[in-house]
Design a protein around this ligand. Structure first.
Ligand code: SF4
Length: 116
């Protein structure tokens, strides 16, 4: 079925990745430094990503494409959210780590010496 869908001009894309955040469906990913529409089913064709692009690399065109799949997008976005959360959890430090950092700071600042 013909429908509206985005088209990204790879030659105009500067790799800024602003469109990946602007797309609410996770339809665009950065691959080898270029924005790519990963699957037709993820793009609703509304073009929320267009205003984010500083190089005018994204256009809405009409072509044969699979239907937008809202259910698949919901599942995908939930998985991406979980992956992002677990990534930020693994980067963060534990409460014990934070206490050690704070103690080291106090020792340095107050010129404290640890008694033996
Ligand atoms: S916003 Fe435009 S220039 Fe930036 S990554 Fe997306 S398509 Fe490329």
């Amino acid at each position: 079925m013909k429908r509206k869908i985005i088209m990204i001009d790879e030659n105009k894309c500067n790799g800024c990745s602003l469109c990946t955040d602007a797309c609410h469906e996770g339809a665009i990913e950065m691959i080898n430094g270029k924005a790519i529409l990963v699957k037709d089913e993820y793009c609703d064709g509304l073009g929320d990503c267009l205003p984010a692009c500083p190089t005018d690399a994204i256009k809405i065109i009409e072509r044969e494409a699979a239907d937008y799949d809202e259910e698949t997008v919901k599942i995908r976005m939930e998985e991406r959210k979980k992956a992002k959360q677990s990534k930020s959890d693994s980067i963060g430090c534990s409460g014990a780590d934070a206490q050690v950092v704070q103690l080291k700071y106090l020792i340095e600042k107050k010129n404290w010496r640890i008694k033996k």
